[in-house]
Design a protein around this ligand. Structure first.
Ligand SMILES: Nc1ncnc2c1ncn2[C@@H]1O[C@H](COP(=O)(O)OP(=O)(O)OP(=O)(O)O)[C@@H](O)[C@H]1O
Length: 255
């Protein structure tokens, strides 16, 4: 349902040019939970930004449900991002002066027309409260972001991304600032959102432990996809190496 073909992206800064993506193609099916890995600077965030229409490719096309989305004007892109996509970033991007509940309500308030503002506010509040409950933060609704822990801020960011019922969730290092246990809680939350609500998730991460919990792993290097590992299950794993070696993720093969 999300299909990128022949994507190219070069950044220009003063006299420097940085060629980041070259002829990259990728198809992501509905309801997939895909992780994107690779060395720092390999273009993972750039790819996520292009797919999420936060930036435009220099060449190539991006389709969502067989419709081009790379050539939309800025108003059409805003609508797509508000109605169909959700975004979770490493640094949360919460508005500091708003309460946690208001932060979560914000996308639902922006969505739709300026008419019936009061009715929409009521709906947005009801929806936000249900999602806050889902992410386990009902007791923190009146807190400002500075009064929340890192894990709570990230769960707030997830709730905010979900409030407008996205089809696709883009997560850029969603556990990057969190300790291992909190990171695991976040990944379990993303997994349940993927399974129970059928939200397609594309996640950039450096954390191989988290990667192993996703359906499919795309590895990038030098502006290309260098490996694309399909869904792995315990029974479909074949380990290379001796039995007493711990197999790494990239030694696993789907059979
Ligand atoms: N706006 C920009 N202008 C100029 N260069 C940029 C810009 N954004 C990214 N780059 C460069 O493009 C390359 C790829 O960046 P990108 O953020 O996509 O990598 P990444 O794989 O996500 O890295 P990391 O794992 O460190 O976050 C880097 O060399 C980066 O310096």
């Amino acid at each position: 349902m999300l299909k990128a073909t022949g994507l190219c992206k070069t950044y220009h800064r003063h006299a420097d040019t940085v060629k980041v993506l070259t002829d990259l193609s990728l198809e992501v099916a509905d309801n997939e939970f895909l992780s994107i890995v690779g060395a720092s600077g390999s273009g993972k965030s750039t790819l996520l930004h292009l797919l999420g229409t936060l930036d435009k490719p220099d060449a190539g096309t991006i389709e969502l449900n067989r419709k081009r989305i790379d050539d939309l004007n800025s108003r059409e892109r805003d609508l797509l991002r508000n109605n169909t996509f959700g975004f979770i970033f490493q640094f949360y991007h919460l508005l500091p002066e708003l309460t946690m509940l208001e932060n979560v309500m914000m996308p639902a308030l922006i969505k739709g027309s300026i008419f019936n503002w009061l009715g929409r506010r009521k709906d947005a509040r009801r929806k936000a409260e249900a999602i806050i409950d889902r992410v386990g933060l009902s007791s923190r609704k009146k807190h400002r972001p500075r009064e929340l822990s890192g894990g709570e801020m990230q769960r707030t960011a997830i709730a905010r991304a979900l409030v407008s019922d996205p089809q696709v969730l883009f997560a850029d290092e969603p556990t990057g600032n969190l300790d291992e246990d909190t990171g695991n809680q976040i990944i379990e939350l993303l997994k349940s959102i993927n399974r129970e609500q059928g939200v397609t998730i594309l996640m950039v991460t450096h954390n191989l432990e988290l990667v192993s919990k996703t359906d499919r792993v795309v590895k990038m290097a030098g502006g290309h996809i260098v490996s694309d590992t399909p869904k792995l299950t315990d029974r479909s794993l074949k380990f290379q190496g001796t039995s007493d070696e711990q197999p790494s993720l990239y030694q696993r093969q789907a059979v």
